[in-house]
Write a protein of this length. Sequence first.
Length: 321
Amino acid sequence: MAESAMESVRVVKSATCGRGLVFTSKFARGQCILEELPYAYTLQDDKRGRYCEFCLKKCSTLKKCSSCHYASYCNKSCQRGDWARCHKQDCKTLKRIHPLPYSHVVQLLSHIIHKQKRSPPCIQDDEDCFPTTVDQLESHHEKLSDTRRKDFETLLFSLKYYEDDVLPEPSTLLKMFGATICNSLSIMNNDLNVIAVGMYLRASMLNHSCDPNCAWVSDGRKIQIMTVKDVKEGEECTITYVDVMDPAKVRQADLKERYHFTCKCVKCIEEINALGPDDGLGEEFRDLKKSLEQIRDAENSQDILRCHLKFIVVYNDYTCQ
Ligand SMILES: [Zn+2]
Ligand SMILES: [Zn+2]
Ligand SMILES: [Zn+2]
């Protein structure tokens, strides 16, 4: 591991990608440059009863909470840790809503709401500092798709029913929801199966690349950001937000839907430029592109006029689709 994870990376403000992290010195491949415990996390619904709710380790002798008979722990120490973290509140809710399920997505938002209430308000929001609360993260809530907005309405309905405390304003909740979509990380077991979802405030500063120089690994609830290449001082630290094995068009669609940006990394540009005639753009769009290229390449005024007239015909065909 690097001398001090705190000093291995620093926050920078970029003109195009909001905030990001850069390396404070060179590192060889395979070094840990950031280690972090989650701000909030929840075990996935289908993993309940097989993994400890607190340490997220798999255990065959889990003991259920004797009060709600829902959350399970590997030992007393994990149970105490979870009681202080969130279960004091969750236990009351679970008993009240029984036998309704408590989805991990609703639970994650509930944990964030309660944690924000307990934390002192953030008085400074320096752009070159690590965030200390969820409010300081990007949320892109105004760009959420119709499907995501519908998901939010359902979630809001559940929260209103489940929570006995006064909830923050719906606009604040929508911002929190947006922040969880674009900043949460999957927590994986040793077989790389997703077992939980977590919000890591420092790691959320990492920007995306389809050819990243870092990757995250989970050890229970703790994550480590490891270099996967030799890196230089001042270079931006990146992870991938999507499956890099997917074709560029699929990656770009995923990034646009969940993170609201179009990736312009070298890998995307090269892959898209190399697309053949079956690139899925459609015959009309390709004709339009060709016709524009002909205008650019036309040598005399007569040719330019002819190409312009052809362009108008092709353009009309294209827009009438
Ligand atoms: Zn445990
Ligand atoms: Zn309980
Ligand atoms: Zn890319």
